[in-house]
Design a protein around this ligand. Sequence first.
Ligand SMILES: [Fe+2]
Length: 437
Amino acid sequence: MTDTETLRAHIATVLARARDRTHTLTDAVDETDLIAQHSPLMSPLVWDFAHIGNQEELWLVRDVGGREPVRADIDGMYDAFQNPRRDRPQLPLLRPDEARDYTRVVRDKVFDVLEANALKGHRLVDEGFAFGMIAQHEQQHDETMLATHQLRAGAAVLTAPPPPASRAPVAAEVLIPGGPFTMGTSTEPWALDNERPAHAVHVDAFVIDAAPVTNGQYLGFIEDGGYDDPRWWSDAGWRHRRTENLTAPAHWHPDPGGWLYTRFGVTRPLIPDEPVVHVCFHEARAYARWAGKRLPTEAEWEKSARFDPATGRSRRFPWGDDEPDETRANLGQRHLAPAPVGAYPRGASALGVHQLIGDVWEWTDTDFHGYPGFTAFPYREYSEVFFGDKYKVLRGGSFGTDAVACRGSFRNWDLPVRRQIFAGLRCARDPRPGEAG
Ligand SMILES: [Fe+2]
């Protein structure tokens, strides 16, 4: 096969993988459930479904392919900026069977476009970028739909094998030496605009937790009265804690025998060595303060994940440049839960930090901004309109993130009050005197 044929085959594989997952998430429930809004924070599943097809039509059929529109009449309805999530149930949305037909027609045309396109010659298609962007877009909506499933009331409809057990002890903390490292990327072909360009960043020596904070550790914060002690919370965090009456992560329930946790319709005792999930930024920050630590900055997180002290270069992933597989990271909804600490020793970074990729998104203490030299591509609404001090950066992906939408440079962002996403945390701190060598 030529390089272009190999690239076409790879694109076809990732597009098919995304669509299989979209079907798994939408076939699992009946029509009523697809149309219902399960939370004002979320779209009806059928909106996400048709929106996936509409974005694919706009970028790949019309823009890259230069083909006639399939359904130009629905563009406005599926424009995320024109229609906030809370308003989407009132729109005259495509019915589930119409959404299935529409997405299939679009996908058939995309495979024609893929066969005809040289995948080089201009930036939108070089190395298959637009196809990779659309595969990532579908997988990101699949993760959002998985979050909608977690908010949905009723019996369990999704099944998956449990994540692997812990197979190696993990140190409590790792010292990361001070000095420069390369943050972001200029070479990753499907990296999005906000990950670019690669640039040198000096980071002072710091200490980071070798694993995400677990349910058991977080329980210590609750039992110590952490939710009732304003010392640990920022002013905004404390106001939010009180207004929303937060007392524990979302989906936790107190029980005479200990805390229970409801996950995708199944209620079970909390698993102590599993990373905590469904905490907002304010809770993550309060936990870190209580623990005598802080959240890492985004640069600290990325240096822990990518910096290879032997070569001085930044890796694509913590373990190296190879694509993720099931021995290295818990990604892609292969399991419906984060894996316990120590489950992926082969996925550790060069500096010895575990489970940075997969399991839970990790809140950082950094606002979402463009890197020095940022240019919006292919449109301002992808990232640039979100830059500012409203959004906090999250890193590393969750068990619900697909490998195509996850790498050492990948950046996610959300409001500090959000906790329907699969987000947890790990802590960092400044070295103590003498500790930094
Ligand atoms: Fe979207």
